[in-house]
Write a protein that binds this ligand. Structure first.
Ligand SMILES: NC(=O)c1ccc[n+]([C@@H]2O[C@H](COP(=O)([O-])OP(=O)(O)OC[C@H]3O[C@@H](n4cnc5c(N)ncnc54)[C@H](OP(=O)(O)O)[C@@H]3O)[C@@H](O)[C@H]2O)c1
Length: 238
């Protein structure tokens, strides 16, 4: 079907807005073909970008998406598990069950399903790079983020275990925690929240999309074949 096999393929979850959309634009600009997904539609129209409406917390939808990627692109070189639920800070005593379930479904089940299904495409070729997005909330033990940070901690744990399981197959798995990046969700958390978070970071400023993509490019590089199970905490000494 005339697939352009020379161009690397990147799958990114959560690309309708925020960090995911910005990474999709950046890596299409660098020559990748990018398969993006989110529950909502995308307004991103660039040659080399294709969007699917997928809820990563729904196993069936994830399987269907990965089948479409296999049919359209035949491979995935790099996966970025970026989709995440971000909600206002809530102390544990007042966190309702629906908030907890949303975090569990998006961060834990979503990362699990997407990594599991896409890694099967990578295993067939004995190569690939899996990159997950965690949060500084994990290292900072931030009050008001018990449900969010617990599920972002699970993302790191899954990444490290998958790194061990896939190392013999030539696939690396790494994670990073972005410093504050001004997405819609970050803005919705409010100015006080941003100020508090920045005060706790070692480098007390927001990060640019170029800085975030530099971390991804480092993990994705052919020279990073021996880097696996690592977590880069941007702007923070842990
Ligand atoms: N911004 C920051 O400063 C910051 C800091 C640390 C970590 N992070 C992490 O970085 C990632 C991106 O954050 P962001 O600030 O860009 O968030 P955002 O602006 O809220 O974007 C989140 C993206 O994920 C998608 N998404 C949410 N639930 C989904 C689901 N169940 N299935 C598929 N897609 C889903 C959203 O699209 P739909 O709603 O259309 O599904 C959207 O495209 C998240 O994992 C977040 O936890 C961000």
């Amino acid at each position: 079907m005339g697939v352009d096999n020379d161009r690397p393929v990147m799958a990114i979850t959560g690309t309708s807005k925020g960090l995911g959309r910005a990474m999709a634009e950046y890596f299409v600009g660098k020559g990748y073909r990018v398969a993006g997904c989110s529950r909502g539609a995308s307004t991103l129209t660039m040659e080399g970008y294709s969007h699917s409406q997928v809820d990563v917390g729904d196993e069936r939808q994830v399987r269907t998406w990965v089948r479409q990627i296999r049919d359209e692109f035949e491979k995935v070189d790099v996966l970025i598990c970026n989709a995440g639920a971000v909600q206002s800070a809530l102390l544990m005593t007042v966190t309702p069950d629906d908030v907890l379930q949303t975090f569990l479904r998006t961060q834990v089940a979503g990362t699990f399903y997407v990594c599991r299904e896409i890694s099967k495409l990578m295993i067939a070729r004995k190569r690939g790079r899996i990159i997950t997005v965690s949060s500084l909330g994990v290292s900072l033990h931030l009050e008001g983020t018990s449900a969010y940070s617990a599920t972002k901690s699970a993302v790191i744990e899954m990444t490290k275990i998958l790194a061990k399981e896939l190392a013999p197959l030539g696939i690396t798995c790494n994670s990073f925690s972005p410093a504050l990046f001004m997405s819609d969700s970050a803005q919705a958390m409010g100015e006080d929240w941003s100020r508090r978070l920045l005060a706790m970071q070692t480098i007390k400023r927001t990060v640019s999309i170029e800085e975030v993509c530099h971390v991804v490019s480092f993990y994705a590089s052919p020279e990073s074949g021996s880097i696996t199970g690592q977590v880069i905490n941007m702007g923070l000494v842990c």
